[in-house]
Design a protein around this ligand. Structure first.
Ligand SMILES: Cc1cc2nc3c(=O)[nH]c(=O)nc-3n(C[C@H](O)[C@H](O)[C@H](O)COP(=O)(O)OP(=O)(O)OC[C@H]3O[C@@H](n4cnc5c(N)ncnc54)[C@H](O)[C@@H]3O)c2cc1C
Length: 409
């Protein structure tokens, strides 16, 4: 049964960090009536915190935010201050090569580095280069394969050699009043929830948008139970979902979005009594030719009784039992030591060098239109990149609105 048609100035599809940042920025700057529609019951998307017991949670998706995420921090500061940011304790990452734990330095060939670095610094350019091309030129091919290729795959949760080099390690101003590396007091999902709490926009969760069509002065959206109209539409889902939703309303944009490849990640988190685990304290592990890209530990946020680990597995390699077996081997525990575990599917865009030009083309296509696009496929995958993109799209939206109002008056 459909409820009568609801009308908003702005509807945002997707309640991840991109959608919520855009909603907050568009709502605070103006008097637009706005609604965020989120498919899941919870907000946050890739900010997905498994709250195991009061005071102990494990991240199933993103785990760390940085003080270079300035647009995000500014928004939080305006909304509710930065008191609920929690600093992450400094701990190192180790490589796991078979059964051997290694420090990054143990995998570096200094001779090869010194041979390559001077020429690499003079010649290598990030623009139009892949991670393998750029960092291979700086560090040497052998160093790249041993040290950097597994580390980039761990950071990006996907095979990353062809990833655009300009998307990683951009120099950005830091907000010095925030910790360098932090999370939120209730986990990173809490950060998304904090943006939505008491905000001047509505949120409807458990509301998957199934179709979008253009109508006289805007768009009509359909969910399982509602039909809604808006003047401005913002799509803040993954690129493939955005492509699917926009196929009728903006086929030229949808066709391009549909070419963006996606990476699947099979994530499994375990909670174990601290005294059972033989693995020393680490921030995480980098898998070398392993079934997983990375293991993210919650050791940077210590707990007196429990330790938590999320293994980000390569897709379709292991079934659930084999994953648990591998986890036990890595942590040095027995299956009955696992107090609780949880499995989720994560997805991320898997861009290659040519993706940068595609995004410029999509930006040119949406320019001047009343559709707004944001997400982790525009300038980078990080939470900070998403907040930057959303802040810019919100600004474009407000300018478009101002222009339309002036024209109308
Ligand atoms: C395993 C993993 C680890 C990561 N670690 C870090 C990290 O440590 N630090 C960092 O900065 N970044 C990290 N990232 C990247 C970062 O978390 C994501 O890129 C970012 O959170 C994406 O936000 P988003 O809002 O663009 O997309 P999403 O988080 O994917 O949100 C999109 C939302 O749209 C909703 N949606 C989809 N379809 C519909 C529909 N039809 N109708 C309504 N709603 C819909 C989804 O349910 C979802 O909530 C990590 C990502 C992953 C997967």
């Amino acid at each position: 049964m459909f409820r009568p048609m609801d009308q908003y100035d702005l509807i945002i599809v997707g309640g991840g960090i991109s959608g919520l940042t855009l909603a907050a920025r568009a709502a605070y700057g103006n008097r637009l009536s706005s609604l965020v529609l989120e498919k899941e019951q919870r907000l946050g998307g890739c900010l997905h915190t498994w709250r195991v017991e009061p005071g102990f949670w494990v991240e199933l998706g993103a785990h760390t935010a940085y003080n270079s995420y300035k647009n995000l921090l500014q928004l939080l500061q305006e909304r509710r201050g930065l008191d609920d940011l929690v600093e992450r304790r400094k701990l190192g990452y180790r490589y796991l090569d078979g059964t051997r734990l290694q420090s990054p330095l143990a995998r570096l060939n200094w001779f090869e580095l010194l041979l390559n670095l001077p020429i690499g610094l003079a010649r290598a350019r990030k623009t139009a280069a892949s991670l393998a091309e750029y960092y291979g030129a700086l560090f040497g091919r052998g160093n790249y394969a041993r040290l950097l290729s597994p580390a980039f795959a761990a950071v990006l949760s996907q095979p990353a050699d062809g990833f655009p080099a300009q998307w990683l390690f951009r120099r950005k101003p830091r907000m010095k009043s925030a910790p360098r590396k932090y999370t939120w007091v209730s986990g990173l999902q809490g950060l998304a929830e904090a943006i939505a709490e008491g905000a001047p926009f509505e949120v409807s969760s458990g509301a998957a948008v199934t179709s979008v069509k253009r109508v006289a002065d805007g768009y009509e959206l359909t969910t399982d139970s509602r039909r809604l109209r808006c003047r401005y539409l913002a799509v803040a889902t993954s690129a493939d979902v955005a492509a699917h939703l926009l196929i009728q309303a903006h086929p030229e944009i949808a066709t391009r979005l549909s070419t963006i490849p996606m990476a699947e990640i099979e994530s499994m988190a375990v909670v174990v009594p601290a005294q059972r685990v033989r693995l020393p304290e680490v921030a995480g592990l980098i898998g070398v030719d392993d079934a997983f890209y990375s293991v993210v530990s919650r050791d940077p946020l210590p707990h007196p009784r429990l330790r938590g680990f999320t293994f980000h597995f390569r897709p379709r390699r292991l079934d659930t039992d084999s994953k648990l077996e591998r986890i036990c081997a890595v942590l040095g525990i027995r299956p009955d030591d696992i107090a609780a575990w949880r499995e989720v599917q994560n997805r991320l865009p898997a861009p290659k060098v040519e993706h940068v030009a595609l995004m410029a083309e999509i930006d040119a296509l949406i320019s001047g239109k009343t559709v707004f696009l944001t997400g982790n496929y525009f300038h980078g995958l990080s939470i900070g990149d998403c907040a930057d993109r959303s802040t810019r799209e919100a600004l474009r939206l407000l300018k478009t609105h101002e222009h339309k109002e002036k024209h109308h008056a």
